[in-house]
Design a protein around this ligand. Structure first.
Ligand code: ADP
Ligand code: MG
Length: 476
């Protein structure tokens, strides 16, 4: 009965959405999963409608693991997901109408494989129940944008990739907040070593996967196989070691794995969300080993890096982001690279859904909410102080009568920023500069505005530095 069927698919998809909602950020859920509609369910194949091609490509790329896990949980091992694009359906081209997006990665057809024994990231698969975790093909050095925030970690990662096990950076621990590129950088080392094809076995895994494998090996009396697998690595990368917390038996095993590899001169690379010595509920003797080599951190991306990352994404994907859009996003989304990506994607989705080009207005609309949360308020006095400090002039000259070119420039910059970053009126801004007339203020603001529009190098750099030192978002 069609009715009953449609209810069934509804229930099943809602069940899936409930699980997905728990596993992704609210923003991601809202952007990518809320617009999906269940169509039908045949055995364990669920048909889902998405607004357009962009959606399923994005969901497939970013949420493949989550969706796969969810479907297996709800529909079992044989689960299949078929996406149908609303846009293409409306074009009435039956042959492209239903897009089959079978879940297994790469193979892209057939039932969802059980997590094991999928080929892992090793270059030389060995017959084993253990396989590590696949590398994300995007996480290469080539795609990693360098900046002040990640310079040291990047350089060390390159050195390790050049000479695994033969630098002082062993183990190499990369730590930093979420979304700052730890997994990317750690995997980039793996990719690079694989690319050079030295015949070494690379194993990339997460502490959770290591722990699951370990427990599994005990239950199935396969401890030897487990140990042989992990201890056969020339390079072992373990992501998110903070999740070793409280898992004492796993830690114990990892301690021995670590020693075995270390003594054999093999390379170990670890990532963590805190520096090793702050790891909670992790055995001291492990922590002390983690500190034998190099511990390096990733900082939140600075403005220049944020711009460079957005430019790279835009170039790679052929999005053609206008420079004012890039700048706007870069100024407003400051916490992590992941957030930066998320924001860009929401924007692209919105532009594609509404069928309108990517403009600064749309950008403001889409990220307005996120941005205001991050925005800090500044006062005219703070702006004056920062300008004086950066341009090395005393406040008395800034607010005084001097017509010297350098002073006039500083004054104009300060007025422009106060106008843009505070709610001060033209008249009151005039008062901050020794009681100047509001038309003078307006002229100053216009002068800088025109230079910004013309992309004047000096103005851009000065403003960038000031925005950054004030820690504020960008408003027009
Ligand atoms: P973490 O593991 O620290 O939580 P990830 O390595 O998963 O963060 O990075 C989050 C996202 O940001 C990924 O898509 C990654 O490709 C991207 N990313 C992080 N740092 C950079 C960088 N320096 N250049 C380009 N992309 C980056
Ligand atoms: Mg990570």
């Amino acid at each position: 009965m069609p009715d009953q069927q449609s209810r069934e698919v509804e229930v099943v998809w809602n069940q899936c959405l409930d699980i997905i909602r728990e596993s992704v950020s609210p923003q991601a859920y809202k952007t990518w999963f809320e617009p999906t509609r269940p169509l039908s369910l045949d055995d364990s194949t669920i048909n889902i409608q998405v607004p357009n091609r962009f959606f399923y490509e994005w969901i497939d790329e970013k949420y493949y693991g989550v969706v796969r896990k969810t479907l297996m949980q709800v529909l079992g091992e044989e689960a299949k997901l078929v996406y149908h694009s609303l846009e293409e359906e409306m074009l009435e081209t039956p042959e492209t109408r239903s897009v089959r997006l079978p879940l297994p990665d790469n193979g892209r057809s057939g039932p969802i494989p059980s997590p094991r024994p999928a080929a892992g990231a090793m270059m030389m698969p060995i017959p084993s129940d253990y396989s590590g975790v696949e590398l994300n093909p995007r996480f290469t050095f080539e795609n990693f944008v360098m900046g002040e925030c990640n310079q040291l970690a990047h350089a060390a990662a390159k050195a390790v990739a050049d000479n695994p096990g033969r630098t002082r950076f062993n183990p190499m621990v990369i730590y930093g907040g979420t979304g700052l590129g730890k997994t990317h950088l750690a995997q980039a080392i793996g990719h690079e070593i694989i690319r050079r094809d030295r015949g070494e076995r690379i194993i990339y895994t997460t502490s959770e996967r290591f722990s699951l494998d370990f427990v599994d090996s005990i239950q199935n009396h396969k401890s030897n196989e487990f140990n042989n697998f992990y201890r056969s690595a020339a390079v072992l990368i373990v992501d998110d070691i903070q999740f070793f917390a409280n898992k004492e038996a796993t830690q114990d095993n990892f301690f021995h794995t670590f020693n075995a590899l270390n003594q054999a001169g093999k390379q170990i690379i670890l990532t963590s969300d805190v520096p090793p010595k702050q790891l909670q509920k992790v055995n001291e003797r492990l922590i002390s080993r983690f500190q034998w080599g190099l511990t390096t951190d990733l900082q939140p991306p600075d403005l220049e890096t944020r711009i460079a990352i957005l430019q790279k994404m835009s170039a790679d994907e052929d999005y053609h982001l206008p420079s004012d859009v890039i700048e706007y996003i870069a100024r407003n989304i400051t916490r992590s690279v992941r957030e930066l990506e998320g924001c860009l994607i929401s924007l692209l989705a919105e532009s594609s859904l509404r069928g309108i080009p990517l403009s600064i207005d749309l950008t403001r609309d889409v990220i307005g909410d996120i941005a205001t949360v991050q925005e800090k308020s500044v006062t005219p006095e703070q702006i004056q102080t920062e300008v004086c400090e950066l341009l090395e002039i005393p406040l008395s000259l800034l607010t005084g009568k001097s017509r010297k070119q350098e002073i006039v420039f500083a004054r104009q910059i300060a007025m422009y920023m106060i106008r843009n970053l505070t709610s001060a009126s033209l008249k009151s801004i005039g008062n901050f500069f020794g009681g100047r007339d509001h038309t003078t203020v307006m002229h100053s603001v216009n002068t800088i505005e025109n230079l910004v529009k013309r992309d004047d190098d000096r103005v851009r750099r000065t403003l960038n530095t000031l925005y950054q030192s004030l820690g504020v978002g960008y408003r027009q």
